[in-house]
Design a binder for this molecule. Sequence first.
Ligand code: XMP
Length: 520
Amino acid sequence: MSLNIKLNKILIIDFGSQFTQLIARRIRELGVFSEIVSHKKIRNKDIDDSIKGIILSGGPLNVYEINKYSFDKNIIKNGIPVLGICFGHQILSKLNGGKVKQSKHREFGLANIFRRKDSFLIKGLFNNKKLIKVWMSHADQVSKLPKNFDVIASSKNSKFAIVEDKSKKFYGVQFHPEVTHTEKGKKLIKNFIFLICRVRRNWSSKDQKNKLIKDVKLQVENNKVICALSGGVDSSVVAQLLNKAIGKKLYCIFVNTGLLRKNEEKQVIETFKKRLKINLIYVNAEKEFIKKLTNVSDPEKKRKIIGNLFIKIFERYAKKIKNVKFLAQGTLYPDLIESKSVTGSQTSKIKSHHNVGGLPKKMKLELVEPLKFLFKDEVRKLGLELNLSKEIISRHPFPGPGLAIRMPGIITKEKINILKEADHYFIQALKEYGLYHKIWQAYAALLPVKTVGVMGDNRTYEYLCLLRAITSEDGMTADFYEFRKSFIQEISNKIVNSIRGINRVVYDVTSKPPSTIELE
Ligand code: XMP
């Protein structure tokens, strides 16, 4: 395999820890580029002089189960500083002649460590303190240190909590400095990369912008690129980056499915065509989508119909442009990291996700994926650097199938109009009350039941509106957001009083799991 970006970097060799991405993020937050590779893929021949330090991650393996991993041990013989974390610490010790004690019991949670000896790695960690808290998650541990290794810090249960071979610049920590529970964990990583690896900062949003624009120009040369713009964060950043890099050779296609939020199409045209002067093709396909969705109520069928039609329309317009060589996509780094399979976990399919990213294989276009080494928070910062507004950059996620999956049962134009209004009132209220950015995602949904109400002296028989607002890290798990009673009461009154077709509002208090964020 070859490594991907030609920049000085810290290489993280992944052994399957759930925290590996966090290590990369910590290093990048410190302004240094870092890249993750699976231990199964990286070989000594891939190590070049752009690699200024190596981190061996944690993982669920046992160092003696050598048939379960295939790590090229020559990698640590290049004179490059190495930091082993948890399993990484154990394998580093074993490879240097130490021993690891197998254990059935996990040490999990906070532990106190105390200093035994000074080291660059712990500079500024203890200051006047005797003990600092670190976060442990391990079963096995090093039982005999290799020759030339010294103990820097210990805890009650882990004598070799921090160790070093100063001459070889090998370091091992039994705990996880990358998680926020570890006191001064980021400082320890900072010491490793700046005091021990002596790498220079090369990863600010401005560095990224300049580098990515240069790379896109090199890749695309004089050819045409198409890009599906959804108005979401990732596709917006890709579009603006390419706009800066290749200007009119970029053709953005924005499909109005009729299932967008209120006024969304106007905002997209205003921002991208008028303000940013992006070459934007606006396709109004509302009627086509509604027609295809008539009488369809099965969630998976809805998703498939919308996904397929989207691709068909996109292809139709892409063909009109002629001689297109590239397709730009907003693939992000977490989608790319291949080593998730170390633990062999497989998840069952809950929903067929459709977004503008998975576009059309049969067109045989080459891909331009300028964000594929970035984490979401980096994409947001890059967007600001590219003059996108804070409003675009910090928008809540919106699913590809749009309002269709917030409207269980059959879809009608009337229902879509009612839902657009309810959602608009809800989101506006969140913004007015300063709640929008405290919430990860919020929306209104329209349930396919009618209930009885009374307005004035009249009986009403209308739809039920469900409001959902959640907090989350990444959408994989979620909790409902606890509004004050006065807020939820006000928004409920506003929706029922202002929108014909809704006479009752409920608030969804389920978390994910067992529910999902969207209704379908
Ligand atoms: P669920 O409902 O699976 O949603 O808990 C998790 C996150 O994914 C978004 N979502 C989608 N995003 N295409 C997308 O681009 C889709 O088909 C899709 N379905 C769900 C959802 O809004 C939430 O943020």
